[in-house]
Design a protein around this ligand. Structure first.
Ligand code: O7M
Length: 231
């Protein structure tokens, strides 16, 4: 699915599934069941490495019409090495990938963004993180990260539902941004906290992947979104 299909699906659902472990009912079982509820699927690095590039490619190609696939490689390296990773991301059939914002523009994000544009991949930058330790160092640089990224037209961000003030601030700094927000469920944020603070999508991992009946879980999540008036 391309970016516009993904954004359009937002009217139906604000959910992205984070796959870091093999889903309780298998990846294909989950992707079959989630089609009507979810447009975004984020594969974490542990999952990509465990499955291997060819298996990931088989999955992304099989479900290419149904899902917007995001490679969560959290790129934090020089542009040259970043470029090698981005080639692999493209080969594996992803539509988007995630890089860290703290690496700065010159010799890193500038080259990464250019390569993403050349290959037709959407770039998300991590602007702030969801865990408590993020407040010690990383999140203190939140404003500089967003302002720096804005200079080269980066419009995709990851910001935490556990610390929703960053989402609100990000939305003010970049009203058109596509903000995807983790921390809902297993990390303690409530379903809808990210969206009601201004995120475009919420990322939910273990609450769905570890569910024995993800269809029931997905329907529960949808009904909470409806109750909170976010869909
Ligand atoms: O719902 P969970 O806690 O099982 O999964 C959360 C997912 O979001 C998991 O894939 C993490 O890698 C990711 N994530 C965070 O939990 N916190 C962050 O600050 C950033 C991310 C993320 O997606 O970064 C790109």
């Amino acid at each position: 699915m391309n970016l516009s299909g993904f954004i359009k699906f937002r009217e139906k659902s604000p959910l992205i599934i984070a796959v870091d472990v093999e889903p309780e009912i298998s990846i294909e079982g989950l992707l079959e069941q989630a089609k009507n509820y979810v447009a975004g699927v984020k594969f974490g690095l542990p999952y990509i490495l465990r499955k291997g590039a060819s298996e990931i490619k088989r999955i992304t190609y099989r479900y290419r019409d149904n899902y917007f696939f995001i490679a969560d490689i959290k790129l934090a390296d020089i542009g040259f090495v970043g470029g090698l990773m981005i080639d692999l991301v493209k080969e594996m059939g992803f539509n988007a990938f995630i890089a860290h914002g703290f690496i700065g523009l010159e010799g890193a994000l500038k080259e990464i963004k250019k390569k993403a544009d050349e290959l037709g991949l959407f770039l998300f930058v991590v602007a702030a993180m969801s865990h408590p330790g993020a407040e010690e160092i990383f999140n203190r640089n939140f404003i500089s990260i967003v302002e720096t990224c804005k200079k080269i037209g980066i419009d995709g961000y990851v910001a935490p539902a556990t610390l929703p003030r960053y989402i609100r601030e990000l939305r003010d700094l970049n009203p058109n941004a596509v903000i995807i927000s983790p921390g809902v469920g297993a990390q303690g944020a409530r379903v809808g906290d990210g969206i009601s603070s201004g995120a475009t999508f919420e990322i939910v991992g273990r609450r769905i992947t570890l569910s024995r009946d993800p269809l029931v879980t997905l329907r529960e999540l949808m009904s909470i979104y409806k109750d909170r008036g976010v869909i």
